[in-house]
Design a protein around this ligand. Structure first.
Ligand code: ATP
Ligand code: MG
Length: 393
């Protein structure tokens, strides 16, 4: 039996004049996510995008898993394509295609949508006939129009007649690329991959920046970040990762700045350098995994000091979340087990014994200026390492 995927656009339906642009971006994203599985025809009509496999051997289970991660889709259904657009064909297809669901259900109802007005039967008639046929094949079933176990949908569209059951929930959000471009500051921890997922959901395309301080941090720590990004990019799309050589800057921090300000100055330098990378790559926001009060560098006072180092808007989607809520999402996007692998991050080398939780911006800036980081910043930015990131298969 031939099958097709029917995807429902989400919030993009609301976007008025931009709607076309959103829909095109969404179709492009769908195409690139499904390309490795074979060829598909992707068309849209009436806020539904149809994805029709063109090869016989396409793994539709895998296609559904991938579609479930594409932002901009509220729900989707895997549907049977009836051989002909006739009532006979509909009546033949529905009980066979949905046999498994109907056998295990107790109640059902039928809903018909008829966008092809030339089809001889009207929607209530279609429902009645299909319902009758199902009851005759599965006499244990009862009709329940309020809260059925299975809803049998019959869609008579211009292209063909389709049969499907309850829709599967999609990833929601808005299509990647329609919200602009941002730089993600990624460590090897639990939080920043979750922050990436959340901002990708709002339509941002991103590049990733990772600060590494070899030999204090190892190659394996950097490889872990690459693996995290490969998981993130299953949602956020392909991206480039820039590794910043941060060793000399951190050594200077250790040697020339007051110990209790190490962390806050380091955070400011990260912001400033990330912003410069953002400007060079057409990005207009920064994304971090900070959460209020989680550590000394994430108090209001510390965040005010960090924020001042960048003019660009900084998105901190986890700011009001508890660790457990963040962990729940990291399970969902499958980054948790990688995140907890015990490799060092540059944030954990030279950590002060007593970091300031209420740093005074004036003193922080003075200390930073006195040390004079500019030549080292330029040197580091001239020696970025670029790693292309593709979604983990
Ligand atoms: P995470 O779990 O993401 O590591 P965290 O709770 O450990 O976060 P911090 O280490 O203070 O918090 O880092 C806060 C944020 O700063 C991170 O979420 C990330 O956005 C950014 N960050 C930290 N370390 C790095 C790094 N080595 N490279 C790039 N960004 C970093
Ligand atoms: Mg960290």
């Amino acid at each position: 039996m031939k099958e097709i995927l029917l995807l429902k656009n989400g919030e993009i339906v609301l976007k008025g004049l931009n709607r076309r642009q959103f829909e095109d971006a969404l179709k492009k994203n769908i195409r690139s996510v499904l390309r490795p599985l074979g060829s598909f025809e992707i068309t849209s009509a009436q806020s539904t995008i149809s994805v029709r496999p063109l090869d016989d051997d396409i793994d539709l289970d895998e296609a559904c898993e991938r579609v479930a991660r594409i932002f901009g889709i509220v729900s989707f259904s895997r549907a049977a394509v009836c051989d002909e657009k006739t009532m006979e064909s509909v009546l033949e297809t529905a009980p066979v295609y949905l046999e498994k669901q109907l056998r295990t259900a107790k109640t059902f109802k039928v809903e018909a949508k008829r966008s092809d007005k030339k089809f001889p039967l009207k929607s209530p008639e279609i429902c009645r006939e299909v319902g009758g046929k199902i009851l005759s094949k599965f006499p244990h079933l009862r009709v329940d129009v309020r809260d059925p176990d299975v809803t049998v949908y019959v869609e008579i569209r211009d292209t063909a007649a389709y049969i499907h059951a309850n829709a599967i929930r999609g990833a929601g959000g808005i299509p990647i690329g329609t919200g602009g471009r941002a730089v993600l500051l990624i460590s090897g921890g639990i939080d920043s991959p979750v922050a990436a997922y959340m901002m990708a959901k709002r339509g941002l395309r991103m590049i990733a920046v990772h600060f590494a301080s070899p030999p204090y941090t190892s190659q394996r720590a950097e490889d872990k970040v690459v693996r995290l990004l490969q998981k993130v990019s299953r949602y956020a799309g392909p991206m480039t990762m820039f590794t910043v050589p941060f060793t000399k800057i951190q050594e200077k921090l250790r040697d020339d700045c007051p110990e209790e300000l190490f962390t806050i100055i380091m955070r400011r330098l990260m912001m400033e350098m990330s912003q410069r990378i953002a400007r060079d790559h057409d990005c207009s926001a920064l994304i971090t995994g900070e959460s209020l009060g989680q550590v000394a560098s994430q108090t209001i006072g510390a965040l005010n000091c960090t924020d001042e180092a960048a003019d660009m808007v900084v998105f901190r989607p986890l700011i009001g979340m508890d660790k457990q809520e963040i962990i729940d999402i990291s399970y969902k996007i499958d980054t948790y087990r990688t995140s907890i692998e015990p490799y060092e991050d540059c944030c954990t080398v030279f950590t002060p014994r007593h970091p300031r939780t209420k740093p005074v911006l004036k003193f922080v800036k003075e200390a930073q200026e006195k040390a004079g980081f500019e030549p080292l910043i330029e040197e580091a930015l001239n020696n970025l390492k670029k790693t292309p990131i593709f979604p983990e298969e």
